[in-house]
Ligand binder design. Structure first.
Ligand code: SAH
Length: 222
């Protein structure tokens, strides 16, 4: 496994370094651990074969079943906002390709990620295992309800657009924890960052974004 990871680190590394410099740092993301994690994850291994040549473009890409791997800059903004520590347990909603989960897995102790489309959940779990990430657990289900079994989480990242903040996610957030979530209409959302502190929630906005919808009980109802 160590040999697999060492080889993957070298694959298309120059393109990742250029992506970080010209798409991410240039737009103001400077969180060092986030940049280091992005440099380590071979994004081209998470996109369909036919799109691999575009893997390091400044754009989101379709990964099948209605899922979209976010633009690298947006992945960086969300990861830096969450800023997981090495000992943290974090939750991601919307596994998709597993790319964002792999980046979180570089930073946190363990990542639980929930995906509603079973084919995506299966493929992402297989991919992450094959690429050597042993600290990601993929669950199939409705992530608008969070994942209560392993709560609380030091960080929760929602990779799909929600009409409101799902109450379960706030309940499953640890004291001092952060929730990063795009909230708005199906057409456009605001990226919100909540921090739980002494029973209150601090809230800030990280800008306008566009995600695929969170479909489920506390998300969009089709
Ligand atoms: N983070 C992913 C991109 C996710 S795209 C990556 O890095 O590739 C959004 C994903 O959210 C899609 O895969 C979609 O199927 C999933 N999704 C939508 N509603 C969901 C829900 N209620 N629970 C879990 N996953 C959901």
């Amino acid at each position: 496994m160590i040999a697999v990871r060492a080889r993957l680190l070298r694959e298309r590394r120059a393109e990742r370094i250029a992506m970080i410099r010209y798409q991410i740092v240039s737009r103001g993301v400077s969180h060092r651990r986030t940049l280091a994690a992005i440099a380590k994850v071979p994004r081209h291994r998470f996109v369909p074969e036919a799109l691999r040549h575009q893997a390091y473009d400044d754009a989101p890409l379709p990964v099948g079943h209605g899922a979209t791997i976010s633009q690298p800059y947006i992945v960086a903004v969300m990861t830096a906002a969450l800023a997981p520590r090495r000992c943290d347990r974090v939750l991601e909603i919307g596994t998709g390709s597993g790319y964002q989960a792999a980046i979180l897995a570089e930073l946190a102790a363990v990542v639980h990620t929930v995906e509603r489309v079973s084919a995506l959940a299966r493929e992402a779990a297989d991919r992450l295992a094959a690429l050597g990430w042993a600290n990601v657990v993929v669950h199939e289900g409705d992530g608008s309800l969070g994942f209560a079994e392993c709560a609380p989480y030091a960080g929760i990242l929602v990779a799909a657009a929600s009409p409101d903040v799902p109450p379960a996610l706030l309940e499953q957030l640890a004291e001092g924890g952060r929730l990063v979530i795009p909230v708005g209409s199906r057409a456009e959302q605001e990226l919100l960052v909540f921090t739980r502190r002494d029973g209150t929630l601090e809230r800030r906005s990280a800008g306008a974004v566009r995600f695929v919808p969170l479909l489920g009980e506390a998300g969009f109802r089709r």
